[in-house]
Design a protein around this ligand. Structure first.
Ligand code: DX5
Ligand code: ZN
Length: 227
């Protein structure tokens, strides 16, 4: 099953509760929360207090994407606030094993994120330690950017490595995800689709989730038929 993870970065921050209810109605599986610190990426968004508020209005898993330097210093606060999944950028983690262990020891699902130009080779040892790998399909920092098509081949290679090693890590993709590229993304192995603009830019976000989910599920069936 392909999961849809609406990114609230594209929602109206003054009406987050309403935005989350709408995508829940549409069948969203996860809520994606983009945390930016103005250092690792050139933008500042939200922190643990916002996560704590969101936690009160939904039972969906909260997928917290940390685009911050020194994530270890903040992981406990995000778990306390109600994060269920926490992903860290490999580019920010010199002691990745320790960071992933920390996330797991606090009861959250650990994920690792790769920027578009970061090689899959950096994952060799860590792949066994994560629940999911988030492949950035844009450079992190802003919503509404153009999808980088060369990342499709990277997703396909990652899928093969995971299969070859018999691991259970799932592949999440984030950035510029739209109805146009969902067939290619899912066809190459994406299992969790993060989408901001495509969903919250639609006057009917619930319908936008429904549409993306139906398309993704169809593509997943096609993928299995071909494989
Ligand atoms: C980018 C963020 C994404 C972003 C996706 O740095 O990680 O989650 O919100 O937004 P869209 O779907 O608009 O590209
Ligand atoms: Zn994100």
């Amino acid at each position: 099953m392909v999961q849809i993870a609406p990114s609230i970065l594209a929602a109206d921050f003054a009406r987050l509760g309403e935005a989350i209810r709408l995508v829940e109605t549409g069948g969203a599986d996860v809520i994606h929360v983009d945390v930016m610190d103005g250092h690792f990426v050139p933008n500042i968004t939200m922190g643990p207090p916002v996560v704590a508020s969101i936690r009160k209005v939904t039972t969906l898993p909260l997928d917290v994407h940390l685009m911050i330097e020194d994530p270890d210093a903040y992981i406990q606060s995000f778990v306390d606030a109600g994060a269920d999944w926490i992903s860290v950028h490999i580019e920010t983690c010199p002691h990745l094993d320790r960071t992933l262990q920390l996330i797991q020891s606090l009861g959250a699902k650990p994920g690792v994120v790769l920027n578009p130009a970061t090689s899959l080779r950096t994952l060799d040892e860590a792949l066994r330690l994560v629940d999911y790998v988030l492949i950035m399909t844009v450079n992190p920092g802003f919503g509404a950017q153009r999808f980088r098509p060369y990342t499709l081949e990277k997703i396909q290679r990652l899928r093969k490595v995971i299969q070859h090693k018999g691991l259970s890590a799932r592949i999440e993709v984030d950035g510029g995800v739209s109805l146009e590229n969902v067939p290619d993304l899912v066809g190459n192995g994406a299992e969790i689709l993060v989408a901001g603009t495509q969903i919250f830019g639609d006057p009917d976000p619930a319908a936008a989730v429904r549409k993306m989910k139906a398309l993704a599920e169809q593509c997943a069936v096609d993928r299995q038929t071909i494989a």
